[in-house]
Design a protein around this ligand. Structure first.
Ligand code: BF8
Length: 623
């Protein structure tokens, strides 16, 4: 029923109404057109498909409704939850592996990138116990890369970056037996322990889920962020634009969609190559307009200022403009339907990862050793498509954003006039000008109203809460103007006073989803600076993913909870079919980690939980 289709964002509605091809079908239409309701057993986490005696659908408390093997709702929900975390963490781990491989190739002079941030390289090296004295940038980079690469296959011992966490936190993980041993090992163990007839205690399963999530946040994601910064430059504040209106009439529009910065950086380099510009001229285009979709967009926005054409829920609509010559994708969050929408236009869909092929797409295998040549080949294909652009509709709407708030930038900008430090931030929290810090992260999703991220962010800044954003939440908040210093007039008086003095927006864009690791580092720095307790759980800080969609979001949420942060998810959470596991995640984890999961549906519920959590932490600190 067309009238029930909830098309999110004004721009999406405008494009679909004016698209040159009628009846473009997007995820929003498919949600409305579903003939069966989503399965409640699946939604609550109590459908077990882990062996072929089933599938077994289990209702908590109904005696005869246990699995054929006898598994009850708590076992099944915990097993399924652990597998979700494994899926999410694996994505970040494989992403990080790709970054380290490109990093090593770069250090050895075998890839066309460079080691851009020598200062950060030395800081990273020292933080993982490597002696930096008298080593060339390249030699040091090889040593760092090899040490971190070895941690993927490591069987025993800890991960280097875990040692950055506050000492009491590390001791807690040790006591609980959940310090990650190797990046890849924890995933294998989850898959083993959730196989039929292995681990059947929900708490034990959830400890392994926590350990795997920590291997993601304090391992893989941190490796990806840190080495990408060293290789491509640590973000500093940069102005750009977001929303579909960034597509250009007179340029070859190439959207790059997915996650790994290695491909996008190469396309960025190739887009400015004289040979490519010459080719553009030949077809009457002024140049290449490279625009991001999803987290790849955040990566090149933060570091290079390239615009973002769309978040997750805009990926099909970006193509529905008929103005995109090529959509180049790598991995994660790419809907298969982009292929069908592309086919309705002149748009070429190009897959580049051998791990991710899509029927109907052209596959050009990307290899960092030949990055620039491959990027040029891709752009030449896009340029050839430009003369074929037929009827199209490019909306006017796009919004100014300031991005680039790495933890180093926050340190520098909020750090006072004389030297970079978190002390002024802590002082402003202690004196109450800033009530606390909240992260709004994760996906956007067709299951909820479009304004969730925005309404929550607005309410929080009005309450003097400093808001940090990453992922598609950052893009959707960016579309409404909150990522620009002009939005400070919507902030509470204390927050406004602090941020006005340094010219910061009230909502700070910290990057892609792997860049949630920047928030872990910022939190650790706040603890280390003093005055706000000895461990992360004491900070007046909270996280939320109000429109989560992907397994990665759950892995991220779990590493925050296990690091001591309260995290609010909604509108559903995949363990609610088991009362025991719900009680454990929503209550008992607070005793175990100092932070727990929370569930909310409406923006006002999110805000209440988040502000209450911050107020309670302030009270406990006596500030
Ligand atoms: O890693 S926020 S929809 S793009 S999963 Fe995907 Fe979610 Fe967007 Fe990035 Ni993150």
């Amino acid at each position: 029923n067309e009238s029930e289709v909830l098309i999110q964002t004004e721009t999406n509605r405008e494009v679909l109404k004016n698209a040159p091809v009628e009846n473009i079908v997007t995820a929003a239409h498919r949600v409305a057109g579903r003939s069966v309701e989503p399965c409640l057993f699946g939604q609550g986490g109590t459908c077990c498909r882990n062996c072929n005696m089933g599938p077994c659908q289990i209702i908590d408390g109904v005696e005869q409704m246990i699995g054929v093997c006898g598994a009850d709702a708590s076992t099944v929900a915990a097993r399924n939850f652990a597998r979700i975390v494994a899926g999410g963490a694996a994505s970040h781990m494989d992403h990080a592996r790709g970054v380290v491989m490109a990093f090593l190739a770069t250090a050895k002079g075998e890839a066309p990138y460079e080691i851009k941030d020598g200062i950060k390289l030395r800081q990273v090296a020292m933080s993982i116990g490597i002696d930096v004295a008298e080593k060339s940038k390249e030699d040091l980079a090889i040593e760092v890369g090899e040490k971190l690469m070895a941690e993927f296959g490591q069987q025993e011992g800890g991960l280097s970056f875990v040692k950055r966490a506050p000492k009491p936190r590390q001791e807690l993980w040790k006591k609980l037996g959940i310090g990650p041993r190797g990046v890849d090992r924890e995933i294998t163990e989850i898959m083993h322990r959730t196989h039929m007839g292995v681990d059947q205690h929900y708490e034990n399963l959830l400890f392994q889920a926590a350990r795997t999530a920590l291997a993601d946040g304090w391992g893989a994601s941190m490796i990806a962020t840190e080495l990408s910064d060293v290789m491509f430059g640590t973000p500093v504040p940069i102005r750009s634009r977001v929303d579909i209106g960034v597509l250009k009439e007179d340029e070859v529009n190439v959207t790059v969609h997915g996650h790994e910065p290695i491909l996008a950086e190469a396309l960025g380099m190739a887009a400015r190559d004289p040979e490519i510009l010459e080719e553009c001229k030949k077809v009457g285009a002024k140049g290449i307009n490279l625009a991001g979709v999803c987290c790849t967009g955040n990566e090149i926005l933060m570091r290079k200022g390239f615009p973002i054409a769309g978040s997750f829920i805009q990926q099909e609509v970006v193509l529905a403009t008929g103005a995109v010559e090529a959509m180049v994708v790598d991995v994660q969050c790419i809907m298969q339907n982009v292929s069908r929408v592309a086919e309705q236009f002149h748009t070429e869909l190009i897959t580049t990862s051998d791990k991710a092929k899509i029927p109907g797409a052209t596959h050009i295998s990307f290899d960092e050793h030949r990055a620039l040549d491959i990027a040029k080949e891709i752009l030449k294909r896009a340029i050839k498509k430009f003369p074929e652009r037929g009827k199209h509709f490019v909306p006017v709407r796009s919004m100014d954003v300031v991005a680039g708030f790495s933890h180093e930038t926050i340190n520098y900008m909020l750090g006072g006039r004389f030297r970079a430090s978190y002390k002024p931030l802590n002082d402003n929290i202690i004196n109450g000008r800033i009530r606390g810090v909240a992260a709004i992260v994760g996906c956007d999703n067709y299951r909820v109203t479009e304004e969730m991220h925005v309404e929550i962010a607005k309410e929080l800044i009005a309450n003097d809460v400093l808001v940090l954003v990453t992922g598609c939440a950052a893009t959707s908040i960016g579309r409404t103007g909150l990522l620009s210093p002009e939005a400070l007039d919507q902030a509470g008086p204390g927050l406004r006073e602090v941020l006005e003095a340094v010219g910061c927006p009230p909502v700070l864009h910290m990057g892609s989803c792997v860049d949630n690791s920047r928030i872990l580092i910022a939190a650790t720095e706040m603890v280390r600076t003093g005055g706000l307790g000895e461990d992360i759980y004491q900070l007046p800080a909270v996280g939320a993913a109000p429109q989560w969609m992907s397994e990665k979001a759950v892995a991220i949420g779990q590493y925050f909870v296990s690091s001591g942060v309260d995290v609010v998810f909604g509108p559903t959470f995949p363990i609610t079919g088991s009362k025991v596991v719900s009680d454990y995640c929503f209550n008992k984890m607070k005793d175990v980690y100092g932070g727990s999961w929370h569930l909310a549906k409406k923006p006002s519920e999110f805000v209440n939980i988040m502000v209450d959590t911050i107020n309670q932490a302030r009270k406990d600190l006596g500030i």
